[in-house]
Design a protein around this ligand. Structure first.
Ligand code: GDP
Ligand code: IMO
Ligand code: MG
Length: 433
């Protein structure tokens, strides 16, 4: 296939691996960045020049003035949150937003009543609740697959209000069956102002747009949200999100043939976190877990909730690498591990005395973690800019991960800032940089 390849960047754990930061770093190598799934359940943080931003629906390439950003078809978009994000970026002085940000017509809209349904659904689950971000993600994707959804392109149709009211009425019927009061009408004014904001932007057919760019040899980076263990099909079901977070989701979410995929950057933290409910085999309930949370500032970028922490889980990581065909590993938050005498890594799970290095059908069981132990390091890494100058113990940890996964570690991230990024191999399309 001639033309450029679609490179994909995604999280390999339970989300919050540092995707926003790394997309921002890579954006200068790609002329286009496209989000392919998820919605404002995502919180992608990035920092540069002493400024910090958290993006929920807008791709993380937006701070590179040369990069065009696309909200792809596989995304679910909340107009209220979109408008707030756009206005925040405008206040921050980000230029040419309307030239550099476009939205796919096939992107589904999250309605105020979807948020109400999310709250009702979580309340009905009681103790079995998922710990959803309550952004209406699940109900919106349910309407998409149920073939009832409202899409961004519908805002251009003369009967948009009829379509809105039809779906709203359906939701009211469902909410009436739930105990509790879900007064979503109070959110509608802001939502319709969000629809007006969407109308100010260029709407595109992202499949034609992205394929057209690739055909012309223009480099495109697909930005994932959430993480592989939250994938609707292969994650820790039912404690997952409602979209395909895997590399294949970039193809279906943007309308790109699988053969077009080039590099697959898989991001993992040097340890592991999870926010929300559901099984997390390597979770630590002791002071080490608390230390990771404090040193890593592990509090959710979208909801502010405490993130659960544990050591890196190789069983889950290898599974995620297999599902995605990762070509390049990106290790983030290496700096957070400075000061631990010993670094532990889960090599296998033990159940009833039997060790296994492959992920079992259900994670909802009692596992004993089988650890490998590696020596730690004490140096502060946050000012380091060269791989060769990193502590030997960290470089040994990186080599250990490469040996255990069979994938090279291309970037080591040593702090939240754009500059705190150490590339060991060429990055960008075809390794251009
Ligand atoms: P995302 O959802 O994958 O984009 O990740 P989040 O933004 O939700 O969470 C990652 C957090 O870690 C953010 O606060 C980032 O600023 C921060 N971060 C990213 N990379 C590093 C790193 O290498 N070291 C440290 N200390 N923080 C980092
Ligand atoms: P980023 O892109 C971490 C989790 C929620 C919950 C489950 C389902 O920032 O990595 P949902 O709102 O989709 O119904 O929630 O998934 N979750 C995330 N956890 N990072 C995210 O996104 C997440 N998006 C959803 O906490 O357990
Ligand atoms: Mg996040």
């Amino acid at each position: 296939m001639s033309g450029a390849k679609l490179d994909v960047l995604l999280g390999l754990q339970w989300g919050d691996e540092g995707k926003g930061k790394i997309v921002d770093v890579l954006a200068k190598d790609y002329r286009v960045v496209a989000r392919f799934q998820g919605g404002p359940n995502a919180g992608h943080s990035l920092e540069f020049d002493d400024r910090k931003f958290v993006l929920h629906s807008i791709p993380s390439g937006i701070f590179n003035p040369e990069t065009v950003n696309i909200i792809g078809s596989g995304v679910v978009l909340d107009p209220t949150i979109f408008r707030e994000e756009v206005e925040e970026l405008e206040r921050a002085g980000v230029k040419d937003l309307k030239k550099r940000l476009c939205i796919s017509r096939k992107t589904h809209l999250i309605l105020p009543s979807h948020r109400a349904l999310d709250a009702a659904s979580e309340a009905a689950k009681g103790a079995g609740k998922i710990g959803s971000t309550l952004r209406g993600i699940g109900p919106c994707y349910m309407d998409k697959t149920g073939r009832n959804g409202l899409r961004v392109g519908d805002v251009e149709l003369p009967d948009f209000m009829e379509r809105y009211n039809r779906l709203r009425a359906k939701h009211e019927g469902i909410l009436a069956q739930h105990a509790g009061d879900y007064p979503f009408a109070q959110w509608e004014d802001a939502w319709f102002r969000g629809i007006e904001k969407i109308r100010e932007f260029t709407l595109v057919d992202s499949e034609a747009e992205v394929n057209g760019q690739l055909n012309q040899g223009i480099s495109v980076l697909a930005e994932g949200a959430q993480g592989s263990m939250l994938d609707i099909d292969f994650g820790s079901y039912p404690f997952v999100t409602s979209s395909n977070t895997l590399c294949s989701g970039a193809c279906s979410g943007l309308g790109i043939a699988p053969g077009r995929v080039g590099r697959v950057y898989g991001i993992c933290k040097a340890y592991c976190t999870r926010v929300g409910a559901g099984p997390f085999p390597s979770e630590l309930h002791d002071e080490t877990g608390e230390k990771l949370r404090q040193l890593g500032h592990e509090f959710g970028a979208t909801t502010g909730r405490e993130r659960r922490c544990g050591w890196l889980d190789l069983v889950a990581l290898r599974y995620a690498i297999m599902l995605n065909g990762v070509t390049d590993l990106i290790l983030t938050k290496a700096d957070v591990l400075s000061g631990f005498d010993t670094i532990r890594v889960v090599r296998a799970y033990r159940v009833d005395g039997v060790e296994s290095e492959t992920l079992p059908y259900t994670l909802e069981q009692d596992f004993e973690m089988v650890y490998d132990e590696l020596p730690g390091w004490s140096e502060d890494l946050t000012g380091m800019t060269e791989y060769a100058l990193l502590p030997q113990a960290l470089r040994d940890y990186v080599s250990y991960l490469e040996e255990k996964t069979g994938v090279r570690v291309t970037i080591v991230s040593v702090g939240p800032d754009r500059k705190q990024t150490i590339a060991r191999y060429p990055i960008g399309p075809d390794g251009s940089r």
